[in-house]
Every structure is written in structure tokens, then in C-alpha cells.
Design a protein around this ligand. Structure first.
Ligand SMILES: Cc1ncc(COP(=O)(O)O)c(C=O)c1O
Length: 360
């Protein structure tokens, strides 16, 4: 180990109180968390401690000026019981891209990965063995300076905690193409996984729900013409056999699942296009009977199929699930990589490995 991470183990594990066959999403937290404090230009006091509350100063800058970023990833167990991560280095890189945009310090990639492996190794028993279940991992960073005034904080906390989650098979979702609010604009913070982006999405999502739709399809901020993302996922369209996803243009989050999907499709010889995609093109394709599939992509669901899309006074209903092949194939491929039942030809699967347990 390069870094000196201290470990204080919990004296009262909560593991036996968890029903792994019935886990409510986002409400169960594992025994330990990793914490580091940034001060005087470096990450200090690297520690794994029992999961628990921390105190916060009322003037902590994050509470006022919103310097807060996060990641979302998963550890899972292969069918032969080995703990693994999928492309963890991509998350280390993305949190640092988010940090740079929000004027926050980088977490050295090797520190991010060492802390991650140590924490997951220690709480391995929290990874649900059931197929499709996983240990959700939440790395995040926020500003802790006690100061009133808009400027970058000098101090930050970086934390990783985890919690088991059950299989996530969302029913096909209905979308409404947003015509008033925007999630992100070029030059804004949409490409960062910044907490404020999600706060801004809540009102349009609530209005969409009130109109009877599950999620918002985000459009570009200047013309409301080009499609960006859906809810908190990237979006893919299959039109006449071609797979099209909006090009990342500074406003779209560079999803790691999105990247994996593009690689898988390329390897399998599909025709793929990353480019601006106008809603008019989707409407025309639907009218011509060529809109074959639409799905969202993200770590939580891998793939969320779209049932229908409302745009102005039209409602585009997608073909029945039996006719959709590509989204289902991708989900099978990514789930298979995680389960170790599909060979990892790309070096994406990383076994959890740490000597943290021999050192305590
Ligand atoms: C806004 C947004 N878009 C897309 C994604 C999908 O990204 P990933 O595939 O890395 O989970 C997420 C989730 O992280 C997100 O919050």
C-alpha cells in the first residue's frame, strides 16, 4: 500500500440485520466508510471508520455555495463469489474532471482506488451474492471551510460509503421532452457530477410526474431541439438498425455505462453514431415506423427501456419489448461481465484486492 490508511473497525456490525433478498434502494448502509480531509494543499488523515454521522459547522461552505460532487458505482460478486469492480479507474478520472470544473482539489487516482479497494475488501460481506444485486458505492467530496463569501473553499472532505442494493429492473419508462427547463447548457456544469445539477432537475421532474410521465427527456438549452439525456441517464435511440446517442458536447454527463455500451456495440459490429440528435428526426423516424428502440443507460439500471415519449402534442409509442433486441443484449453483456459468466476481453473487470485486512 502506498498510502497510510488507518482502520478502526466497528464493534457492532449491522450485517446480520439486513435481509439481502429484500433491500430497499438507497436506505441500507454498510458498516464502514472511508474519510479523508483536504487541508494545506493535501489529503490528510486517511481513515476507514465505522459508518456514522459527522458534525458540520453552520457556515460550512458546501451548505451555501454548493461545492459538492459525487460518483455512483457498484461492486458485485461473480458467480464463484469473488468481489469485483467494473472500470473503477473511469470513476476515479470522472470525479477529478468534476472536481476541476467545480474548483475543487483532485483526489489522486491511486488514492481513490486504494481507498476503494480497502473499504470494499473490509465490507465484502455486504456485497449481496444474489445475481443482479450489488454493493452500491458512493464516493463524494464537499467544501468544509467555515466562511461566508463566494470563493473556492480551502478545505474539503472526501468520503466513500457503500450500501447493498437489490436487482433493479425498472419497468419501461414514459418520457416527456422538456420544453421549458434545462438540465445543463454548454459551458455550464452538466458534464460534472455536481450535486446542484440534481437539485435543479427536481422541479421539472416533479412537473413531469404530475403530467403522468416517469422522467424528463432533457433538451438543449438554446433551441429545445436537440436531445441530451433522460432523467439521470444517457440516452440511446435505435433508428432503422443504427444506434444513435447524442454526442457529449459539454452539457451531457459522460456516462461510463454509455462508454461501455458504445464499445460493446462497436465490437459486435453494430453501426453507431455519436452526434447531435434532433427531436424532429426521432418524430420522423417514428412516423416512418423506423424508431425501433429507445433506452436510457446508467450504473443503477444498466439499461432502462423507454415505453413512450411525449413531445409537444404528440406521443410516440415504442414497439413492444419482444421486438427490441439491442438494449436487452447490452444488459445481458454487462450483467454477464459482472457475474463473470461472460469473458472480459477488454480488461474492465477488476478484482477487489487490498492488504488492508492483514495490516489491522
Ligand atoms: C445526469 C446523469 N447522466 C448519466 C448518468 C449515467 O452515468 P453512468 O453510466 O456513469 O452511471 C448519470 C449517473 O451517473 C447521471 O447522473
Amino acid at each position: 500500500m502506498k498510502y497510510n490508511i488507518t482502520v478502526s473497525k466497528t464493534e457492532a456490525s449491522r450485517l446480520s440485520s439486513v435481509d439481502f433478498d429484500n433491500i430497499p434502494f438507497g436506505r441500507v448502509f454498510s458498516d464502514h466508510m472511508f474519510v479523508a480531509d483536504y487541508q494545506d494543499g493535501e489529503w490528510q488523515d486517511l481513515r476507514i471508520v465505522p459508518f456514522g454521522n459527522f458534525e458540520m459547522h453552520p457556515a460550512a461552505m458546501v451548505l451555501h455555495y454548493g461545492q459538492a460532487i459525487f460518483e455512483g458505482m457498484k461492486a458485485s460478486k461473480t458467480v464463484d463469489g469473488k468481489a469485483m469492480l467494473l472500470r473503477p479507474e473511469m470513476h476515479a478520472k470522472r470525479i477529478n474532471a468534476s472536481a476541476a470544473r467545480m474548483c475543487m482539489p483532485a483526489v489522486p487516482e491511486d488514492l481513490f482506488l486504494e481507498a476503494l479497494h480497502a473499504l470494499i475488501d473490509l465490507d465484502q460481506a455486504w456485497i449481496p451474492p444474489q445475481l443482479g444485486s450489488a454493493l452500491y458505492i458512493r464516493p463524494y467530496m464537499f467544501a468544509t471551510d467555515e466562511f461566508i463569501g463566494v470563493k473556492p473553499s480551502q478545505r474539503y472532505k472526501f468520503i466513500i460509503f457503500t450500501g447493498p442494493v437489490g436487482p433493479y429492473y425498472p419497468k419501461p419508462v414514459s418520457l416527456i421532452a422538456e420544453q421549458k427547463y434545462v438540465r445543463a447548457v454548454n459551458g455550464g456544469t452538466g458534464e460534472a457530477k455536481a450535486a446542484g445539477n440534481y437539485a435543479g432537475s427536481l422541479l421539472p421532474a416533479k412537473i413531469a410526474n404530475e403530467k403522468g410521465y416517469d422522467q424528463v427527456m432533457w433538451m438543449d438549452g438554446s433551441e429545445f431541439k436537440y436531445i441530451q439525456e433522460v432523467g439521470t441517464m444517457n440516452i440511446f435511440f435505435v433508428i432503422d438498425g443504427k444506434v444513435i446517442t447524442p454526442a457529449t458536447d459539454g452539457a451531457i454527463l459522460k456516462g461510463i455505462t454509455r462508454d461501455s455500451i458504445l464499445n460493446i456495440l462497436k465490437d459486435k459490429g453494430y453501426q453507431i453514431e455519436e452526434r447531435p440528435l434532433a427531436i424532429d428526426e426521432v418524430v420522423k423516424a417514428h412516423e416512418a415506423g423506423k424508431l425501433e428502440e429507445v433506452f436510457g443507460s446508467g450504473t443503477a439500471a444498466v439499461i432502462a427501456h423507454v415505453a413512450k415519449i411525449a413531445y409537444q402534442d404528440k406521443e410516440m409509442v415504442l414497439p413492444p419489448m419482444e421486438e427490441r433486441k439491442i438494449g436487452a443484449m447490452i444488459k445481458e453483456e454487462i450483467d454477464g461481465l459482472r457475474a463473470g459468466t461472460i469473458e472480459d476481453e477488454r480488461g474492465w473487470v477488476v478484482a477487489v484486492q487490498s492488504d488492508i485486512l492483514v495490516n489491522i
